[in-house]
Structure formats: C-alpha cells, structure tokens
Design a protein. Structure first.
Lengths: 176, 153
C-alpha cells in the first residue's frame, strides 16, 4: 500500500487531464436549444419574394422541413450557402429560409447572386421570430418533423460533414 | 440678424429632435430600473461573458426591447425570466436553478473544498502522532552552522 502512495499525485494529474480534455473540447458557442422535442414556435411571416403572401407554421404541418436562418449581412452564411445550394440540387429536401433582420432588396439581391436553395424565404425584419426560435448566431438550422416538433438544431454554418453525419440520417428517419 | 435667427431655429430643432429620441428611455424611470435589474440577470448569447444590460450586441438590444415591451404589458419578472429560458435555455441565466444537471456546478466547489480540508486534517493528525525521530532536522540549524565566522572553526 505504502509503496504505491507516490503514485497518488500522478493519479490526480491524470484525472485533471481528463477533465481538461473534455472541457477544452466543448464549444461554448454551441448552446443546447431548449426547443428540441418541443413544438416549433408559431409564426406568420410574409414571403420574401412576395410580401403579400403569408406563411404560417401550421401550413407546414405534415412535412419534414428545415428552417435555415440567414441574412445577407452574415459572413458565415456565404460560406454555408453553396453547400445548401449544392445539396438541394441533388436531394429532394424542403428548406425554408428565415431571412433574419435583413432588408428585402439586399436579401433578394443576395439570392439572385448566390443561388436560392429555399422553397421560400420568410422575412423576419424585426428579428422577433428569431427570438422565439432562440436564434443568437446566424446561420442556424432547425429540423422540424411532420408533427411540427423541433428535432435538431445546428448553430453555425452547415458543412457537408454535418449534412452527411447528422442531418441526412435524421431526415431519413423522420421521413420513413 | 437673420443668421442669428436661423442659428437659433436650427439649435432648437436639434434639441427637439434629441429630446424626441431620448423620450422612451426616460419615460418611466421605475420601469427602466426594473429593466436593468432583469437584464443584469441575463447572459448575452453573442458575447457570452456580458449581461444583456452591458452588451451592445444587436441581439442584446433586441432582447432589452423585448423585456421593456413585456414590462409595459405588465408581465412579472418571473414571466420574463421564463420567456427567456424557454427560448435560450438555462444558459441565459447568470444564476441557474438548482436541479440534477446543475448539482455539480452548484456544489462541486464546496465538495472540493471539503475534500481538501479533510485531507489536510488527516495529514496533520497523522504527523502529530509520529515520533520526533521520524523528521529530518530543521534546515535552519544547518544554515546557522554554515553562517558561523571561519575563525570559530
């Protein structure tokens, strides 16, 4: 017993290392959303391309869809955008855009320049629907199932890896 | 003369414009005080170590406006805090509630402290029971000998 006592500090050090390894690999920007497993917040917003038309949350019940929060002023959105454009070209996936705190002219110009992967974009000029969804860093992406329940949230640009490893399997499961 | 009049008119206009902009802030000092009290309890999610009261991030401004709106409507502090946690989770609270997932956060430091003190007490007690021969002579006595003048040797 006594002979091994000198190893105690080493043991403590290893425990400390373990804590640091886990703690330092956590991303403090990734705040878990309390919305997961709960109904998506209700909204009724004008379409970006046709403000006379309104889209409501309940219009989308019965479909599995993605809500992608974007803005023309958002730098990371530009990085994410081609990934979404490319993905929708190859896969039948329903993505609605939430155009967050943007002006209509700038947003339409952005879509014309970089392509439009969205079934439609909704104008949230005041950012109020954004607050209801707990948006804090654009871009953000939500997946909502046929019952209108939020099943996943991704903060930051969607990458091909995120699409392949998290989004695609979930969409397959929800659509089955 | 005419120039002076124009200048006075412009100054008055500027004052009027300034006053108009400041109006909502100063409208109700009691409400603003409550707003600040609530906002200092809420974390800004964009600049995570600031409160919503301190932060100049767009989102913090929006959330402050939202809180102000709710206060005007007559919502209670509890309702506003619940509104925020429903959207952003316990993470927005600078004082998270005590529940199973936050037990370690609340009591971890106390446990570490208690563990450290217990170890200290055990080690000191064990030492006080040891015979004096178990310890090396004090280093200071050796030092004294070394300091003695060479002539004394």
């Amino acid at each position: 017993m006594k002979r091994w006592q000198f190893l105690a500090p080493l043991g403590l050090f290893v425990v400390l290392l373990g804590f640091l390894a886990v703690g330092l690999n956590l991303n403090p920007r990734e705040v878990p959303s309390p919305l997961i497993g709960k109904p998506a917040p209700a909204f009724a917003l004008p379409r970006l391309d046709d403000p006379a038309q309104t889209i409501r949350r309940d219009d989308l019940l019965g479909k599995v869809w993605m809500l992608n929060v974007w803005a023309s002023w958002c730098v990371s959105c530009r990085e994410e955008h081609p990934v979404l454009v490319e993905y929708t070209r190859q896969h039948p996936v329903l993505i609605y855009g939430l155009n967050y705190k943007d002006t209509r002219a700038a947003a339409l110009d952005w879509l014309a320049r970089f392509g439009n992967p969205y079934a439609a974009s909704l104008s949230d000029a005041q950012g109020l629907v954004g607050i209801d969804f707990g948006v804090y860093g654009v871009p953000e992406t939500f997946i909502i199932d046929k019952q209108g329940i939020v099943r996943m949230k991704h903060t930051g640009p969607v990458t091909p890896q995120v699409l392949r490893e998290r989004i695609e399997p979930l969409l397959k499961k929800l659509n089955a | 003369m005419r120039n002076t009049l124009v200048a006075v008119a412009l100054a008055a206009l500027a004052l009027a414009a300034g006053a108009k902009e400041a109006a909502p802030e100063a409208a109700d000092p009691a409400l603003e005080a409550r707003l600040v009290a609530i906002a200092t309890e809420l974390r800004c999610l964009v600049c995570q170590n600031q409160t919503i009261a301190d932060s100049h991030a767009d989102l913090a401004v929006d959330l402050r406006n939202q809180v102000r709106e709710m206060l005007r409507r007559g919502d209670s502090d509890r309702q506003i805090i619940d509104y925020m946690t429903a959207r952003y989770g316990d993470f927005v609270l600078y004082r998270p509630p005590v529940k199973p997932t936050t037990m370690l956060l609340w009591f971890g430091p106390g446990l570490l402290m208690a563990g450290g003190l217990a170890t200290l007490v055990i080690v000191l007690r064990r030492r006080s029971r040891m015979a004096p021969e178990a310890f090396e002579a004090d280093a200071t006595e050796d030092a004294k000998e070394a300091d003695a003048p060479p002539a004394a040797r």
